[in-house]
Design a protein. Structure first.
Length: 408
């Protein structure tokens, strides 16, 4: 649901009633991942998608029904060998979809509204919703913020829980919100959701009603909204210009860094989010990176590359790639060894950068680099799918839940 937060936040601000269908779990070759959503307002306007088109019509009707009767429903859709014309996924996968009414006056609306507002503003937040378990708990929600605090999204004062993921304090005297069940459930879900948020991950977790393995089992969907991951492109060359455009297409926050002010200009890189005129290694020393950051070194000049890669290969980032011929690559590796870079650190370096697409133009080269970044992120092999016996999607994080039917 947080993937369409900007539009839904506008609906909330306009006071619209709507229902939202969210992918909870997937199996097989399903087209959308957990968290993908389709929403329908009271006038019948629809935004988003849960299947790329296979079951949108049926899900649309479920949303209209939820708006009428105010009941949530967890529904399973899958391909049927018995009836190829039945509502299902022609790709052969299975998806479980939670449909939730979000009407003015519904108890869940304040917390969902708070989650949508945070996501639309680009803040890091995780929205945890109970999707299966005891009837009186299904559909309840908890918003967890980046600092570990959590609340029920009420309009009268914000954070009611102050439990931190590291085992911080819990103000039982002022606490009124969350799932409205055992206090330990809120603390445990907040801690688990915090871990999902740290990884920028969306998926489900299984937990007991009392926050441990005690009590009736619950399935909780955790949707994470995090700022866009960073792509830092070193070297203000024509290949960098193409890579910036591809990086933006993949929803990265893109920075171009080059020590030469005549090349690192807004006119040459109008789509970049940031342009840094600075020696690459000095910029990398002072800027913030994380486990989702990708570093693309396109300078292929030893005076820039060696100090930059010496630092980059020791940072906990997702990807480090460097441009250059195979001769440049071998010479660069020797220079890196001379300054103390270990073989284990060198093994992290993607060089020559990109997949073998036979690329020649800047645009083709950018596509090659982007393809390698996606393959590294998703665990892909980079080989053609034709004739391969590998999964098409590599990032399945949870198995589908069983069909629940109508829930209160």
């Amino acid at each position: 649901m947080l993937d369409i937060a900007e539009e839904l936040n506008r609906w909330v601000e306009q006071g619209r009633d709507f229902a939202v269908a969210t992918v909870v779990a997937v199996g097989g070759s399903a087209p959308r991942r957990p968290g993908a959503a389709l929403a329908v307002d009271a006038d019948g306007t629809a935004i988003g998608s849960v299947s790329g088109g296979c079951v949108e019509g049926a899900v649309y009707e479920l949303c209209r029904q939820a708006l009428e009767d105010g009941e949530a429903v967890l529904e399973r859709f899958g391909y049927s060998d018995d009836d190829a014309f039945a509502v299902g996924l022609t790709c052969g996968g299975i998806i479980d979809i939670l449909v939730t009414p979000v009407r003015v006056g519904d108890p869940v609306r304040p917390v969902i509204a708070a989650g949508l507002k945070a996501a639309a503003a680009g803040e890091a937040a995780a929205l945890a919703r109970i999707v299966s378990g005891p009837t009186h708990l299904v559909g309840r929600a908890l918003l967890v913020r980046a600092d570990g605090s959590y609340d029920n999204g009420s309009h009268d004062g914000g954070c009611h829980g102050s439990g931190s993921r590291g085992g911080g304090s819990y103000d039982s005297g002022s606490y009124r919100g969350g799932f409205g069940a055992h206090p330990e459930l809120d603390r445990t879900v907040a801690a688990e959701a915090g871990a999902f948020l740290d990884a920028g991950r969306t998926g489900t977790l299984e937990i007991g009603e009392q926050g441990s393995r005690c009590g009736a089992p619950l399935t909780v969907l955790v949707e994470s909204s995090v700022p866009a991951p960073r792509m830092i492109v070193f070297g203000a060359i024509d290949f960098a210009s193409a890579l910036v455009r591809v990086g933006k297409f993949l929803d990265y926050h893109v920075t171009v860094c080059d020590a030469r002010p005549v090349f690192a200009t807004r006119a040459r890189f109008p789509e970049a989010d940031e342009i840094a005129v600075e020696w690459p290694h000095r910029y990398l020393e002072r800027t913030e990176v994380d486990a989702r950051t990708v570093l693309c070194v396109l300078t292929h000049d030893a005076k820039f590359d060696v100090p930059l890669l010496q630092l980059a290969l020791r940072l906990p980032v997702a990807y480090v790639g460097a441009m250059g011929s195979r001769r440049t690559h071998l010479d660069r590796n020797d220079r890196l060894r001379e300054v103390g870079v270990t073989e284990l650190e060198l093994a992290r370096l993607r060089s020559p950068i990109g997949l073998d697409l036979g690329a020649r133009t800047p645009e083709e080269t950018a596509l090659s680099i982007a393809a390698e970044i996606v393959a590294a992120r998703r665990g892909g092999s980079g080989v053609p799918l034709t004739g391969a016996h590998t999964p098409i999607h590599h990032d399945v994080t949870s198995a589908p839940a069983g069909r629940i039917g109508s829930v209160a």
